[in-house]
Design a protein around this ligand. Structure first.
Ligand SMILES: C[S@@+](CC[C@H](N)C(=O)[O-])C[C@H]1O[C@@H](n2cnc3c(N)ncnc32)[C@H](O)[C@@H]1O
Length: 518
């Protein structure tokens, strides 16, 4: 599309008029010539259209020693648009003389258009007003200004502004009406964020609708077709293919909140671990973590992330269904705690490892003992029971709660009053159509009770509001201590009625019959 074909109505263009103060509207009007040329309806990005020359007035500073003072005293005269225009506000001519750009209504031939202070400096010949032509192009404006010049007027009230960043990928959620402009929106977004972004994608469907693994079909709108990302969160590094696994950059705070609840040396079962955003920081904290995810791609990424973050001694990955995992892991952890591998060596720090190496050399050479005490690796014993279960699959995690019925069958002797250990906390995530805090808690308690087959009193739940995922959809985390009536129940009939395969059922029954537990 050429510039002529586009509707270049420079004067009539301004940013969307919603929720603006009269001052802001007046400023926008004054600076109307500094918006990009209109290119309504452009679908294929033509950057050359966004060029314009704007006649202006500048203040040439004749006595450079006065620059600081002039800048301070003539604040109301300077070029200060209410939107972003990237340009040199101070210009320099061939002789090295500096000029400052003035606001649009300042006129060289009409001194009433500048402040009294500036008139004073002109009189004292400290500065003089000159004509200046400002050349603007595509690079001068930000994403919002360019996109507002392109979209049809009826769409420009609410510009598609927000995007989420995952590594080098910008992820846009475009509403139906913006779909015809998706490619150009992607391209401009990429142009204006090249420092951090290489790829712009858009969701083709609702998360979870297309995949039980909470992934979504996506389309690359602009940039590289590369969806393998590296992201950082809570001092950990994650690599994964964003097409194949779930990741949400908005959950960092929630991941931290749960990690803060877990203590070094405790055991935690992360039932729907994804690529490990709970498990990695837990491992770094020396919390023994059983990280499970049913998605084979998440499991693959989980294994890689365990290596990258050097948490191998503390994080164990598995690729099972969550319900099976809950039942199996309780028994398997107990078994591990009673096996020869029932303690985990704490890896030495780099300094301690160097000291240990030096001590070895000294001993080998038959010299005197090392000057500093030789560090010995510490050990963390594997606990017999988990302290926390994390279940972050808000769509359906509550329906997995039945897996706790009889999960600790015949294990009463491992908990108070026989030992110091308490039954584990369960942190189960869910979505809720909000009513009010009290009603939400009551509803969630009822839903949990149904699957636990136990009346869980709302007062036993610590309900944490995580975030609003849609206008009428809240994400919550319900934390409660596993009731003993649920944990120690006889699971035989529940297991028989469950969806497990005959082999899985047999395996579970074998685990539960372990003599060691009786
Ligand atoms: C919302 S994501 C949460 C991932 C991670 N815990 C986080 O906080 O980012 C839910 C995860 O549950 C996994 N998942 C889905 N169904 C599952 C099941 N039946 N058993 C175990 N994991 C499952 C998905 O693959 C996905 O990684």
């Amino acid at each position: 599309m050429s510039a002529e074909e586009l509707d270049l109505q420079v004067d009539s263009h301004s940013a969307p008029q919603i929720n603006k103060t009269p001052e802001r509207l007046a400023a926008e009007h004054m600076y109307r010539n500094f918006y990009p040329p209109l290119a309504r309806g452009m679908r294929v990005l033509d950057r050359s259209v966004f060029k314009k020359s704007v006649p202006m007035t500048a203040a040439k500073i004749l006595d450079l020693r006065m620059m600081g003072e002039i800048r301070k005293n003539c604040k109301s005269d300077w070029f200060n648009p209410p939107f972003q225009v990237k340009l040199q506000r101070m210009i320099e001519d061939e002789q090295g003389r500096k000029s400052l750009l003035l606001k649009p209504d300042a006129k060289k031939d009409d001194l009433s258009t500048v402040s009294e202070a500036m008139r004073g400096y002109i009189e004292k010949k400290v500065l003089e007003l000159t004509d200046y032509t400002l050349e603007l192009d595509y690079d001068a404006w930000n994403y919002a200004e360019i996109i507002a010049a392109i979209l049809p007027e009826e769409l420009s009230d609410e510009l598609p502004q927000g995007f989420t960043r995952t590594g080098h990928i910008a992820h846009l959620n475009l509403r139906e009406q913006y779909q015809p402009y998706k490619k150009i929106i992607g391209e401009i977004l990429l142009d204006k964020n090249r420092a951090h972004i290489r790829t712009v994608i858009s969701k083709l469907d609702m998360v979870g609708v297309a995949s039980k693994f909470r992934t979504f079909p996506m389309e690359v709108l602009a940039g590289d077709e590369d969806t393998q990302v590296e992201v950082h969160e809570l001092d950990c590094t994650y690599s994964f293919d964003f097409r194949d696994v779930y990741w949400n950059s908005r959950l960092e705070h929630e991941h931290r909140r749960i990690v803060d609840k877990c203590q070094p040396g405790e055991a935690v079962c992360d039932v729907m671990a994804g690529v490990g955003p709970f498990a990695m920081p837990l491992g770094k904290k020396r919390v023994i973590t059983w990280a499970n995810d049913l998605n084979p791609e998440s499991y693959k990424a989980l294994l890689g992330n365990i290596q990258t973050n050097k948490v191998q001694p503390f994080v164990f990955a598995s690729n099972d269904d969550g319900a099976l995992h809950i039942r199996q892991s309780v028994r398997k952890l107990y078994k591990l705690a009673h096996s020869p591998s029932n303690r985990i060596a704490i890896p030495l720090s780099a300094k301690a490892a160097k000291q240990a190496r030096r001590a070895e050399i000294v001993a080998w050479e038959g010299q005197k003992p090392a000057p500093e005490p030789t560090p010995v690796p510490g050990y963390i014993p594997v606990p017999e029971t988990f302290s926390h279960f994390i279940m972050n699959l808000p769509d359906s995690a509550i329906t997995f709660l039945g897996a706790f019925i009889g999960s600790h069958y015949k294990m009463e002797h491992l908990f108070t009053p026989h030992t110091q250990a308490e039954l584990p906390f369960v942190h189960v995530y869910c979505f809720q159509r909000p009513v009010d805090d009290e009603q939400d808690l009551k509803d969630i308690a009822e839903r949990c009770s149904k699957y636990l087959q136990f009346n869980l009193d709302p007062s036993a739940i610590d309900l944490h509001y995580v975030r609003l995922v849609a206008p009428n959809k809240r994400m919550y985390c319900a934390s409660f201590r596993l009731p003993k009536e649920v944990a120690f129940a006889d699971p035989a009939s529940v297991i028989q009625e469950s969806d497990f395969t005959p082999e899985q059922r047999e395996e579970l029954e074998r685990l539960i019959r372990w003599e060691i537990i009786q």
